[in-house]
Write a protein that binds this ligand. Sequence first.
Ligand code: NAP
Length: 556
Amino acid sequence: MTTTNAATSLATENREGQPALDYDAIVIGAGFAGLALIHYLREAGISVRVFDRASDIGGTWTWNRYPGAATDSESYYYCLTFSPELLQEWSWSKRYPGREETQAYMRFVADKCDMWPHIQFNTEIVAAEYLESRGCWQVTTGEGDVYTCKYFISGMGMISEPMIPNIPGMDRFQGPIFHSLRWPHEGLDYAGKKVGIIGAGATTVQMLPVVAETAGSVTVFQRTPNYVLPAMQKDMTPEWEKEIKDNYPAIVAKCRNHVFGMAFDSPVGRNVMDTPPEERQRIFEENWTGSFRWVFETFDDLLASPEANRMAGDFIAAKMRERINDPALADLLTPSFDDYPLFAKRPPLDHGYFEAFNRDNVHLVDIKKHEPLVEITETGVRTTRNDYEFDIIVLATGFKAYTGALEAFPIRGEGGQTLREKWQAQSSSIMGVCVAGFPNMFVVTGPQAPFANLPTSIEQNAIWISRCVTKMEREGFDIFEPREEAEREWTAATANIHGQTLMAEGDKVNSWMMGANRDDKGARVLIYFGGANVYYDALDQSAAEGFPELEFKKLP
Ligand code: NAP
């Protein structure tokens, strides 16, 4: 593989009479997106520089160091697929690898593909600006260094900017208090300590069972209960690994052609609403084998028909209740369709969450109905009924999904407008990869892209981006301008589909999938729910048709 890293490649050679640029492409983020972009942009023949404020590759898997952090996608398709050798050479130890193993895999990719020279760590980008007269971008680091590039690309991730809640008194607490994303890198000794966790989403569902094993006590402050699916972790066996490796091309194709980018066997060709109750129950039971598979490999109408969704939700709730000893606690931990439909919030996968609540040292505080949270004090958390003392408080309060990282520092496009300003009322884009008013800028899995198995979506985005770059360079263009009308069309289509799904009810329950968890913005359409496979087809069609969503220009 080539390791083009200096600005000696196609893109800069084409810019006659222009000041030299430092790099052809600057990417922020050395997670899966950064690695995929290094691969595909090198193939396109341009120089790539990746900046990351972390000290290692991994993105999500560098930052989320809370105990129990693991993938919710199954390992063997939570990976990059551009190299058959990589797929064959890496061995996963489990169905869902932990944080360290996933990060080790990413280091393996970087080693094998000689990607490290492209990446500059410990470098935070604090500003990015499109320079209209030069048709290029200028990025500024926290240290004040300035770099120019032709293509500016966000690989910052769609769930990477924490949502720090606005709870009075947070600065008063005397012990460690931090967002789950900021779990101390040096580790934290919580053995025998009193730990308070605010929030009960996917992060807490993973964290609680591990922390509860050695903490003195753990108290979870829950506002909204979740439909929790069992992970059903299992070790990789030689037989299973062989089966996977013998079938990788088919597995990769399955992901590419699946509505959520997963290697699932769906659609299954049957609906709950056409199935007699006993048969339905049998299918629900027989497929109760862990992961999100259950939602997709039982029936095709669980996310479309309210009645089917209610039945699926009831089934999950009943399974949850079976594992909770105290019926009053079970009432608090289980949602119902009357609260919100299954998938209006993203269901967590659990590795012993409910068993943890059966322990004497684990407590749940319902801060929605019974005792709302009032403030954080010097010693803990005060609700309307009680004072709780803690040594450590973890804010597992989620993320400013899809747009948060892009709004966290000024990214200025044409006329100096920032993405934050542009997205005040509506977070519009073209297929989540381009934004009108921001020429020569790409976003990997930006707003209005699907929510899917992320490596699949990331790779599809990187392929589209590299095809666009290839066209630009081969045909000698300096600038692409995303067309306003293409953005309007994609935004309208995305909103139209969204409005027809049960996910649209996410605004009732603060779902991050609609940005409804943010207190600085209104709920909005953030996700394309027309099917990741349909979306990948749209990307391919766009590239095949010469990117009609973009206007290509040469500098005068
Ligand atoms: P989340 O699902 O958004 O959950 C945040 C929790 O904090 C919710 O229980 C929320 O309550 C609560 N909360 C927020 N603000 C609060 C406040 N001011 N006071 C009290 N409670 C508050 O966040 P997350 O658990 O970090 O997960 C986010 C997403 O990250 C997941 O859905 C998933 O996509 C991803 N994730 C993935 C993995 C994985 O794949 N392995 C693991 C973890 C996370 P309400 O529900 O009432 O708003």
